[in-house]
Design a protein around this ligand. Sequence first.
Ligand SMILES: [Zn+2]
Length: 274
Amino acid sequence: MPELPEVETIRRGLEQLLLGLEFAAVEVCYQGSLKRPSAEELRQKLPGRRVTSLKRRGKYLLLHLHDGTILVIHLRMTGQLVFSKDAVSVHKHLHLIFSFTDGSCLAFSDIRKFGTIWWLAKEDLAELKSLSSLGPEPLSADFHFPYLDREVEKRTISVKALLLNQQFLAGLGNIYADEILHRACILPERSSRSLTRNERLALFSAIRSLLEEAIIRRGTTFSDYRDASGAAGSFQEQLQVYGRRNQPCRRCGRTIERKVVAGRGTHFCPGCQC
Ligand SMILES: [Zn+2]
């Protein structure tokens, strides 16, 4: 599943390609991906609107259009957005095709069909609860140590569950949560409130540094994730625990283990995380 670094990489790629383009047509091949409005309304009303900016909030992509409306896209598990200078031909997993007046197009494909698209007026954005209830952006000034300290103190859930909670912090998923906890030397099952001040500081700094590094490396590609031009990321080469079960820890040499924490397969090192 694309997490913050992957969605940010897609955003940066698309920003170069889409700014100023005007929609000419939309083809909706799979209605299930489009939550709002109807395919008919999107087809009729989207043409003529221009893309003025591309933003990201957590794992959501937001294409702001010149009339104040916003195209909101969530890729979920296997959604992909691929830009092409020319028209693309429809295939099985292609769900929506946005064509622009210069002949280029943006194709949304999704093997698992969980990805979702909304087209909304700015004032209706608050109705999208999963978006409007997101916690701070980890790389923004809204996320600071006093905030983390306060939230960690409030909760007795596992620190892994805390990191996955989008209301606490926007954009983290299973891969980066495991990597952050390894970097901060904290076991994923630890109760949030049990973290010492030094561990909280280590956690804060690991969240920031890991996400920054992952964005520089254009995200992590296991199978489906591709950036806007169809290229894979390279952060998978840097992973310390995720996907490394039974392999030696690169920091202490102990064997990486995997168990279910917070309902998710969780990788950790029993040697250097405590
Ligand atoms: Zn270790």
